[in-house]
Write a protein that binds this ligand. Sequence first.
Ligand SMILES: [Zn+2]
Length: 346
Amino acid sequence: MRRIYLIPLLLAVLTTTMTCSGEKTTSVKTPVDNKSGNVENGNTAPTPHKPPVAEKNASKNQSGDPAGKKNIQTDSHPGKSPESKCLPCEKNKNSNTENPPIQTPVSEATKTLPVSVKNPTKEKKIPHKDEKKPTETVEPKAAPNPDLNIKIIDKPVIWNEMRRQMSLDYLKDRFGIIQKEPTIDPKMIVIHHTHSGSFQSAFWTFQPVKIRGKLRYPKAGRLNLSAHFLVDRAGRIYRLIPENIFGRHIIGIGYMAIGIENVGGTKRFPLTYEQLKANVALVKYLKARFPGIKWLIGHHEYLKFKKTPLWKEKDPKYLTYKPDPGWRFMRNLRNRVKHLNLVSEP
Ligand SMILES: [Zn+2]
C-alpha cells in the first residue's frame, strides 16, 4: 500500500523539475523564441538590453538613410559586407551558417539574437558601432577648409525690385549684357577705399537704390554705387550684396568684378593692418569659392583694361580717374596672396 501512495508522489516531483529546466533550454536554443519571449521569460541582465538593440538596428536599416537598400544589406548582412570590421558580426556570420537560411528581413534581424544571448558583453559593442555607421553615411562632414574659415557679417544694402531692374538696365545699357537676373560670373577682384573714416557714412552711401542729386554722367543712370564687401577699420568684413550679384563699383569691367571697399584711405585715416589682413582672408575666400577669378587689381589700375576685349563700357567718354587704394596697399596684399597666382594685367 505504501508503495502505491509513493509512486504518484515521485511522479509529481519529477514533472515539476522537468518543466523548469525545459523552459531554460528552449529559451537559449531557439532564437525566435528569444526575440519574442525575452520579456515573458523574465531573463534579467542581458535580455532587456538585446531586443531593443536588434530592433533599433533593423528599423534604422529600413527607414534610415538615402543609401537605402545598400545600407540595409550592409547592416542586416554584416558578415557579407567587405567594409565590415566588426568581429562580433563575423561571429554572427558563422552562427548563421549553422542555421538554415531565412529569407525575410524580419527573420534575418532575429539571426543576430542568438549571439547576443550567448555573449552579452560583446553584444553591447555591436549596436555602438552600428549606430555610428548610418550617421556617418547620411551626414558626411566635409573637411574644414582653412581658406574658408573667415567671418563675414551680412549687412545688406536695400535690395528690391527697383534695384534689381536698375541693375539689369545698367548691364544692358552700359555693357550690352541682357540677362533675366543681374548676376555676374566673377573673374576679378577690385580693391577700393572709401576716402572717409566712418563705416556708417560709407554704408549709408551705398544703402539707397538711387543716386540722389545732380549726376556727373546722366547717361549712366541713377543706379547707386555699391561694392560687395565693406571692411571697417578694425578689419571686420561686411557683405552688402551677394558675390554673384552685380554691384556698380567700377566702370567698363564691373560685369565680372567683385568689389571690396575699405573704410579710410585719407591722411587722417590710412588703411590699417587689420584691414590688410581682412583683405587677404577675403581674397583667399573668394578665390576658393570662385576658382574662375583670375585678376586682382586696385581701382587705380582699372584703366589698363580699357583697350582690351574685356572692357565693355559702350561710351568711351565715360571714365573716372581713381587713386584708391594705392600701390602700397596692393603690393602688401599681393605679397600675401602670391600662391593664388592672381594677375593685375589684362
Ligand atoms: Zn574705388
